[in-house]
Design a protein around this ligand. Structure first.
Ligand SMILES: Nc1ncnc2c1ncn2[C@@H]1O[C@H](COP(=O)(O)OP(=O)(O)OP(=O)(O)O)[C@@H](O)[C@H]1O
Ligand SMILES: [Mg+2]
Length: 276
């Protein structure tokens, strides 16, 4: 079945009341975010999507594919499951080396050029991590960030999954800006659960949640897109400090002033741009 669109039909929140967002559609190429405080039900919502819920989960939501519900007895051939969920807590049970793991997955998926796919996957993953993942490393020895980077790359390239759900990738310390840039090249549905304002503002729209319910949907307008560009600058400065601290440098007055001056300069450019 070719997936063109999925629809989320609201159910009930933790208090049993209907959700304010009654429904929304996800079309191929859409990038959306789910935001809200800790414990408000973000993971529950993407789990409902992954399970193709049909009023059979505590939230009573319904997921439609191409406008149709999924029959109760329907199950995907696991090798063809259209949804990849990169979850918040990922642990591997397999201690296979990375290269072998990818090879097995590529074989199961019936990939043609397995070697190229493995290379592409590792290359994609290594653009997101600090320290490169090597083929010989056992899956269980990867760090949290390396694991999630590899899973994202694997889902996109080898898994060919049309729908990718990512639960709080920012906490794993992977390179978010690069991740978004790389992901945008693929015509898929990406759903980010995030506390990161940049990811939220770079999405097409965001769902705001509280008390287990979808409360509001906000489409990113031109003003917010401008703000996202400004936030990138702030984010870059933070990343620069992080890099220096990780590398064992001391943050002197001179270093701090230089970064802040740079930020002030960007603000001036932003003000000028806004006028034109
Ligand atoms: N609509 C709902 N009806 C009943 N229970 C719900 C609903 N939504 C969420 N819950 C319950 O609330 C709890 C917290 O939800 P969840 O783990 O999805 O939150 P979260 O937003 O992902 O939190 P965090 O930011 O900490 O990851 C879970 O036990 C979940 O089962
Ligand atoms: Mg969660």
């Amino acid at each position: 079945m070719e997936i063109k669109k999925i629809t989320i039909i609201g159910g009930i929140g933790k208090d049993g009341q209907p959700e304010k967002v009654e429904r929304f559609d996800l079309n191929m190429g859409d990038i959306i975010s789910i935001v809200g405080p800790t414990g408000c039900g973000k993971t529950t919502l993407i789990n409902d999507i992954e399970l193709f819920a049909n009023k059979n989960t505590p939230s009573e939501r319904t997921i439609l594919i191409n406008d149709e519900p999924i029959p109760d007895d329907f199950s995907f051939d696991p090798s063809k499951h259209p949804i990849a969920l990169i979850s918040q807590h990922t642990n591997f049970l397999s201690d296979l080396p990375v290269g072998e793991f990818l090879q097995i997955h590529a074989k199961i998926r019936g990939s043609e050029n397995i070697e190229t796919m493995i290379e592409e996957t590792l290359d994609f993953a290594n653009q997101l991590t600090g320290e490169a993942i090597i083929r010989e490393t056992a899956m269980t020895e990867l760090s949290g960030g390396q694991t999630r980077s590899l899973l994202i790359a694997d889902a996109v390239i080898i898994g060919h999954s049309p729908i990718i759900l990512l639960d709080e990738i920012e906490n794993a310390g992977i390179h978010r800006t690069k991740a978004l840039k790389l992901l945008k090249k693929y015509e898929k549905i990406f759903v980010f659960v995030t506390h990161d304002p940049r990811i939220a503002l770079l999405s097409d729209f965001r769902i705001i949640m509280s008390h287990g319910a979808m409360q509001k949907m906000i489409t990113t307008n031109a003003e917010e897109k401008m703000a996202a560009i400004g936030l990138k600058k702030i984010d870059d400065v933070m990343l620069e400090f992080r890099k220096r601290i990780r590398a064992g440098e001391e943050i002197t007055d001179a270093v701090f002033s230089e970064q802040i001056k740079d930020l002030a300069g960007s603000y001036q450019i932003y003000l000028k741009r806004r006028k034109v």
